[in-house]
Design a protein around this ligand. Structure first.
Ligand code: P1T
Length: 387
């Protein structure tokens, strides 16, 4: 049976993992080695130095490619490394069109690092405007994050890909699929050139690794990306690669539960008297609910909501939760709560943040896999204390 014929639940358990030929060990060993013995200069078993390749990483890359239905993947030291490697493909004077609401660290890399090196980024609301409203002849990359972090906007991937293909210079379309995870969304099938993941999040799923990944169908693009990675570093160590590979085995089970819990909490929060507004792509009230239904298989485990009141009310809530932990990051088995304006998106200039709607009463939930009744009770108690 080819990987294409297998179901996602089977792929996550098996892809990339083969019994070790020398011992039969069912789990891929952690190849803690920096170098490999050669029988003659340039004659070796496929591995020469671990910045270039490592067998534990190779197993992870095979698995990551299969998750996105892609042919190739690179495992990286972090999600931000993936963004940086992609930006290294561009030249001075090139231009990027990026979705306006992106992870704070992505925005920081575009604005404070790559702008200094001559690559400008225009941040665009692609929920209702066209790529052509922002693209120039120099636009070489289109950056989509969907659902976006933290406002959970949904961008129509097929539509943006079609618009990009009409531009004569054919910019690379990147989709940061971290929030949806490959369980709920497959951007390569929708025409994207590259998918990026912070594997720190759902893919690893246990909040014990920082990692990233790039997936593509295009061998030429893979070779260019690997050339950058091999030149600058940005690799995960073999122990981290092993942990991510282990986390992937339960990805389908975890995502199913994240999605169920989040859907129920979003509906419940929408009726809560201490909540002003809920943003969750699965709710009919979400402005891009129809697009979400079209391109996602489910709506994910992230919820964003506006609490009634101001920063004081938000603080009271955030200091009162007991099952949810107040922490940056997302996608682990445990529920987390974040205050984007002060925490994950603090690096975005305050005026830009305000214009986007990342206000002081905005709260982001990463809904874990705990019992839904405990999560509800925890939020209910903290919401009551907030007012
Ligand atoms: O942290 P790192 O593995 O480098 O991943 C960066 C990144 C990329 N893309 C998205 C959509 C992300 O959310 C992140 C990291 N985000 C957080 C740490 C956060 O709490 O939002």
């Amino acid at each position: 049976m080819s990987d294409k014929e297998k179901h996602f639940e089977t792929i996550v358990v098996h892809a990339g993992v083969k019994p070790d030929p020398s011992t039969g060990a069912i789990m891929t060993p952690i190849f803690a080695t920096s170098t490999y013995v050669q029988v003659s200069p340039g004659k070796h078993l496929g591995y020469d130095y671990s910045r270039t390749h490592n067998p534990t990483r190779t197993a992870l890359e095979t698995s990551l490619a299969a998750l996105e239905g892609g042919k190739y993947a690179l495992a990286l030291s972090s999600g931000c490394t993936g963004t940086d490697i992609l930006m290294h493909l561009l030249e001075v004077g090139d231009h990027v069109v990026s979705v306006d609401d992106v992870y704070g660290g992505t925005s920081r890399l575009f604005r404070t690092i790559w702008a200094r090196h001559g690559v400008e980024t225009t941040f665009a609301d692609l929920t209702h405007k066209s790529l052509s409203d922002f693209a120039t002849t120099k636009t070489k990359m289109v950056w989509i994050e969907t659902p976006t972090n933290p406002l959970l906007k949904i961008i129509d991937i097929e539509k943006v890909v079609a618009e990009a293909k009409k531009l004569p210079q054919k910019p690379i379309v990147v989709v940061d699929n971290t929030f949806a995870s490959p369980y709920f969304q497959s951007p390569l099938e929708l025409g994207a050139d590259v998918v990026l993941h912070s594997t720190t999040k759902y893919i690893n799923g246990h909040s014990d690794v920082v990692g990233g990944a790039l997936m593509t169908h295009d061998k030429g693009l893979l070779d260019r990306l690997h050339h950058v990675q091999n030149s600058i570093g940005g690799i995960p160590g073999p122990f981290d690669a092993f942990l991510v590979l282990r986390g992937i085995k339960t990805l389908a089970l975890r995502m199913q539960r994240h999605g169920e819990n989040a859907f129920e909490l979003a509906q419940w929060l929408e009726k809560h008297p201490a909540v002003e507004k809920v943003l969750y792509p699965g709710l009919e009230s979400h402005p891009q609910h129809t697009t979400a239904k079209k391109q996602m298989k489910g709506f994910g485990g992230m919820i964003t909501f506006f609490i009634k009141g101001n920063l004081d009310n938000a603080r009271k809530f955030l200091e009162s939760v007991k099952v949810f932990a107040l922490a940056e990051s997302l996608g682990g088995v445990e529920s987390l709560v974040d205050h984007p304006a002060i925490m994950t998106h603090a690096s975005i200039p305050v005026e830009t943040r305000k214009a986007l709607g990342i206000s002081d009463n905005l709260i982001r939930l990463s809904v874990g896999i705990e019992a839904i009744v405990d999560l509800k009770e925890d939020l209910d108690n903290a919401l009551k204390r907030s007012q």
